[in-house]
Design a protein around this ligand. Structure first.
Ligand SMILES: *Cc1c(COP(=O)(O)O)cnc(C)c1O
Length: 448
């Protein structure tokens, strides 16, 4: 068994020159594993020869694989702006610059600089939200799912929360409204039918044990035909009359009017606030275009009660979240909307998208068959269900490659496309202006 004898000893082996610039601890771990496997393979006669140089190469490869960041940037050419699988809203580098200083220094996260004593973590965004939306008070939690849970747990534990059967939705990631309601301790009281719920259904449902009338944004589905749902302003009216809380889980929640006439069915946060709701909540990283967060705004006395719930400690947000959120809410206040990439993408004129698509096409003309076409895309992220917005796409064809093959080749290079009518499309609604040359380079590399 000469081969067995020639297996290197770990202690000596890890002194190999190649390993000099790598972590000794991790190299030792990997070397032990590889050498053990090598011994087993020799004993079972799976291998009959080996080279020390190959062993070294193997270990370095494994090292690089393990230490490579798993989260990486990709190019989103699906057209879907708020893509939950692809990280939802982008944060501009400009906002990161402002946050960098605060996050890498000590800061006044929970310190009142004026009075020199303990301050309030949530205070930082309250004034901005008050000025922006006219709310009395505000609170930020980890995401909108937490917001829903906190509101129901605080106000509807062992009490009835009234909700329309048409709004008991399941959102992506198995967030099911009825199940979340039950988990929170609320007694779910369903009213109306799948297609129709009337104002009187809310009125009739209220008993002495009712605490909340809840409305939920339908997010990912719409019903057509013989339907009616009760508008928030009517629910607010009933709630006031009967002295219970009205709460709207807005889901995405856009601050200002949407383009492409989407607003006819989807009032903005600013419009909703005109009706003076008790509480509404929405996501930070859907159409608001900021970081992952759940934002709750409404009446001061109710927000005070939410702050007293112990759960808040478990749902609290980090300084980086607060800092970025403040930055983005300020962009709304100052009307500097170009600093919010989600809005910028949503509003980019078709002519501009066409220009970008042509730029890519002209660089690829000799490489593959491509064509600039009009397309339609969804905004995504549980916003404006089933309503498409106009876009521009580039179709890609190469030799006799099947669309699935092209899609995979692009994906292997972190370019995510979509397949439509048996063609691979790059949709420019979600592609950034500074990504065009990289896209060209990837396609040239793949179709060589
Ligand atoms: C997306 C959504 C949620 C969950 O929000 P997250 O910020 O993803 O936690 C809750 N309710 C509705 C209606 C939604 O659309």
């Amino acid at each position: 068994m000469n081969l067995l004898k020639s297996i290197p000893k770990v202690d000596k082996f890890i002194k190999h020159k190649t390993f000099e610039n790598y972590s000794k601890k991790l190299i030792t771990k990997l070397a032990k594993e590889k050498i053990n496997r090598l011994r087993e393979d020799i004993l079972s006669e799976k291998i009959t020869e080996f080279k020390e140089e190959d062993l070294v190469k193997n270990i370095i490869n494994e090292y690089k694989n393990i230490t490579k960041p798993s989260l990486q940037n990709i190019i989103n050419a699906t057209g879907i702006i708020v893509h939950t699988n692809l990280g939802r809203s982008l944060i501009s580098e400009k906002s990161f610059e402002k946050v960098k200083k605060v996050a890498s220094s000590y800061n006044n996260l929970e310190y009142n600089l004026k009075e020199g004593k303990r301050g309030e973590r949530y205070s930082h965004i309250v004034k901005t939200l008050q000025n922006l939306t006219g709310c009395e008070d505000a609170l930020v939690v980890n995401n909108n799912a937490s917001a829903v849970f906190l509101v129901l747990n605080t106000f509807a534990k062992n009490k009835e929360a009234v909700v329309s059967r048409g709004e008991l939705v399941e959102i992506g990631g198995s967030f099911r409204v009825p199940e979340v309601m039950i988990q929170s301790g609320a007694l779910l009281k369903e009213i109306g039918t799948t297609n129709k719920t009337h104002k009187k259904d809310y009125e009739n449902a209220i008993t002495s044990n009712t605490s909340i009338l809840m409305k939920v944004h339908k997010s990912n589905y719409s019903i057509e035909g013989f339907t009616s749902e009760v508008e928030l302003k009517d629910i607010i009216e009933v709630a006031k009359e009967k002295n219970v809380i009205d709460y709207f889980d807005m889901g995405s929640g856009h601050m200002i009017d949407l383009p492409y006439n989407l607003d006819t069915k989807e009032p903005s946060i600013l419009k909703i606030m005109q009706h003076k709701p008790s509480l509404i909540s929405f996501s930070g990283d859907k159409l608001l275009g900021s970081v992952q967060a759940g934002i709750i705004i409404g009446k001061k006395e109710l927000i005070e009660k939410l702050k007293k719930n112990q759960l808040l400690r478990m749902l609290r947000v980090d300084k980086i979240t607060l800092c970025l959120l403040e930055e983005h809410l300020n962009s709304y206040l100052k009307n500097e909307l170009d600093d919010i990439p989600t809005l910028k993408m949503l509003h980019t004129p078709i002519e501009e998208l066409e220009k970008r698509a042509l730029y890519v096409k002209n660089s690829l003309n000799t490489i593959c068959k491509c064509e600039v076409i009009k397309s339609e895309t969804l905004i995504g992220g549980g916003t404006t269900p089933n309503r498409k917005i106009p876009s521009i796409a580039l179709t890609l064809e190469y030799k006799n490659y099947k669309p699935n093959k092209i899609e995979k080749l692009l994906r292997d290079n972190c370019l995510i496309s979509r397949i439509e009518n048996e063609k691979v499309l790059l949709d420019f609604r979600s592609i950034q202006k500074n990504e065009l040359d990289e896209i060209i380079a990837i396609i040239k590399k793949v179709f060589k």
